[in-house]
Write a new protein. Structure first.
Length: 618
């Protein structure tokens, strides 16, 4: 029997041109080789399985090739190239710092550095996962890294650039590797499948690409796994079964029901999904990206962002035609709120179900729910015959709908006076926002206070100021109707008020902003992600940076960050301050032990706890 080689190894690229999805980078490397301007140390950063080590090996082979081709690729025929391809070249040394991170390992490597190459011009030392080197090993290495002999080139590779000391970073030419786009991955998988004589459905390869999340090595491993499971015929159905992926068929069906305002079938489908063993959070995230994909289909200019191919693409376009944009925006918002609240929710299933009900009611009487953001209101699913006109909108708090499913209907029939008392009995909870709670005397329409997004979203509304709060309490022990009116009218003003912000919110939207930055600002995005903004007081947050240059740049984009924060957090006063770190002050958190030290500074009891139990940090 023929020896089985995994696809990731069998189809490992052997020339720069064969490297998938890193064109800009391989071109730069080729140009450097062509012009003979080689640095003595390179740092390859990027997620796992995107070609860092592969590129390092190709680079080593190419600079040692005795007869390079006119396109500056290695010839693959000369003695040096053959040695490389047969993995017997003495000009390449690979050290995996994840398992060899001691000073001795580095000393051995340094000894090798001083021996000149026998064949070819350069000795290349590849240190993988370089961030794993111990501090002592780093120190032993620094001097050699700074002034290596002329025949030596170091290529350091890491998935976690932020863990590297600035002293290392400043000595290297840095290359950032991209995640693979799903299109690139799918195309590559197709070519592998064709070479291997494996039949496939494009949708199945899409699923594999999604599951691999930008890593080609992972994609190929999953591909091997699925190919063996499906015995060489990779169908969509078998693939989702093997990878335990939720069928997108559910999302198409659900969206159709939402558009027809049918609640019951949505509940049944959700139940089916849970019975298949899927997590609610997984489902709701999938639903959100389904809506996102539909939204992208609405506009030809964003169509290229749709990461699926083939038939599914057409189905997305068809369903997108049926949804209006307002529905999609609101639906995405609802799913996102549900996702944010999922972890803290005590009744997760109910949370998802409420979201499904709200989704199914989005297209009902569009005119009622106009406004910037979706109103999180629940309307009765079951109408009691004859008691109410369709124009009446029932708004209930989550608790009410939860505990007293019938109370909402009885409320409509209580006389006005009692109703007003009912409002007064609503808890003046800081998280509950009342919106036009009291009907004006002329209108007959009954409205019950509703829970607004403050409760669902990450922010909460500023709590009532003291005097207002006491007033609200007084109302419960009975005052004249007109007094109550003014109290509630005051509360309606809160619509224009700013939401309270927390440091967690700031950090969340800080990362979100970084992720939204366009490709040409990737460097900035990466820098932002390792910075932890701190909330100074109510609306001001502070960003501590390494030097004046970064500070200037931060200040330049500060207005954009501020406006993003203000919009997302519904607070018009959020202000960002930038400051250069003082001596010994860290701008980022490096590791868990350091995090512990930082926490212990705030609360010394932690240290006592650690000592009392003899705990050790790993
Ligand atoms: Zn060659």
């Amino acid at each position: 029997m023929e020896e089985y080689i995994v696809s990731a190894r069998k189809y490992r690229p052997t020339s720069f041109d064969a490297v998938v999805g890193q064109n800009a980078l391989t071109t730069t490397l080729k140009n450097a080789i062509a012009s003979g301007k080689l640095a003595h140390a390179y740092l390859f950063c990027g997620p796992r399985g995107v070609g860092k080590t592969t590129c390092a090996r190709i680079f080593a082979k190419t600079i040692n090739c005795l007869h390079p081709l006119p396109n500056h690729e290695a010839c693959n025929q000369c003695e040096s190239c053959m040695a490389f391809n047969e993995q017997r070249s003495l000009n390449i040394h690979e050290l995996d710092a994840a398992s060899n991170n001691s000073v001795d390992d580095i000393r051995q490597l340094i000894e090798q550095v001083h021996i000149p190459p026998q064949v070819g011009k350069y000795k290349v030392f590849i240190i993988d996962e370089v961030h794993m080197l111990s501090t002592a090993a780093f120190n032993a290495f620094l001097k050699t890294l700074e002034e290596p002999p002329a025949h030596v080139i170091f290529i350091l590779a890491t998935t976690e650039k932020h863990k590297l000391l600035p002293t290392i970073l400043s000595r290297c030419q840095i290359y950032d590797f991209n995640r693979m786009s799903p299109q690139n991955t799918v195309e590559h998988l197709k070519s592998v499948a064709e070479k291997e004589g494996i039949r496939y459905e494009t949708e199945a390869l899409n699923i594999i690409a999604q599951k691999a999340d930008g890593g080609m090595r992972d994609a190929l491993s999953i591909f091997d796994q699925v190919a063996s499971y499906t015995q060489g015929n990779i169908t969509y159905e078998k693939t989702i079964e093997n990878l335990n992926v939720l069928d997108y068929e559910y999302y198409f069906k659900l969206t159709d029901h939402f558009l027809k305002n049918e609640v019951a079938p949505c509940m049944l489908l959700f139940n089916e999904i849970l019975e298949h063993g899927f997590e609610g959070s997984h489902f709701i995230a999938g639903l959100a990206s389904h809506f996102r994909d539909l939204m992208i289909c609405k506009d030809p200019s964003t169509l290229s962002l749709l990461e699926v191919n083939g038939n599914v693409r057409n189905r997305y376009q068809e369903q997108a035609k049926k949804c209006n944009e307002k529905f999609l925006y609101k639906a995405i918002k609802l799913c996102n709120d549900c996702d944010l609240n999922y972890r803290i929710s005590k009744n997760r299933r109910l949370l998802v179900e409420i979201t499904l009900i709200q989704l199914a009611q989005l297209t009902e009487d569009d005119d009622v729910s106009s406004g910037r953001s979706p109103e999180l209101t629940l309307k009765p699913i079951f109408q009691t015959a004859g008691t109410q006109s369709p124009a009446v909108t029932q708004r209930v708090t989550q608790n009410q709908s939860d505990k007293h499913p019938t109370q909402q209907n009885t409320n409509t029939s209580v006389p006005t006076e009692n109703k007003q008392q009912a409002y007064a009995h609503q808890p003046a909870d800081a998280t509950t926002k009342l919106r036009n709670p009291l009907p004006s005397q002329e209108t007959e329409i009954t409205k019950i206070p509703t829970i607004k997004k403050g409760t669902f979203g990450p922010s909460i509304k500023r709590s009532f100021t003291e005097p207002e709060q006491s007033m609200a309490t007084k109302n419960t022990i009975g005052q004249t109707t007109s007094d109550k009116n003014t109290a509630f009218e005051k509360r309606t003003d809160f619509d224009d008020e700013d939401y309270l912000v927390t440091e967690k919110d700031i950090c969340f939207y800080w990362h979100e902003f970084a992720n939204l930055l366009p490709q040409e600002e990737t460097a900035m995005a990466k820098r932002m992600k390792i910075i932890q903004p701190r909330l100074l007081h109510d609306e001001t947050f502070e960003v501590v940076v390494d030097n004046d240059q970064v500070k200037a740049y931060m200040q330049q984009i500060a207005p954009r960050i501020q406006s993003h924060m203000r919009k997302q957090l519904h607070n018009r006063k959020i202000t960002m301050e930038v400051r250069v770190a003082e001596n010994n002050e860290k701008t980022r958190i490096y590791s868990k032990p350091e995090l512990f030290v930082a926490m212990a500074k705030k609360n010394p009891n932690l240290l006592k706890l650690k000592e009392a139990f003899g705990l050790e940090l790993t």
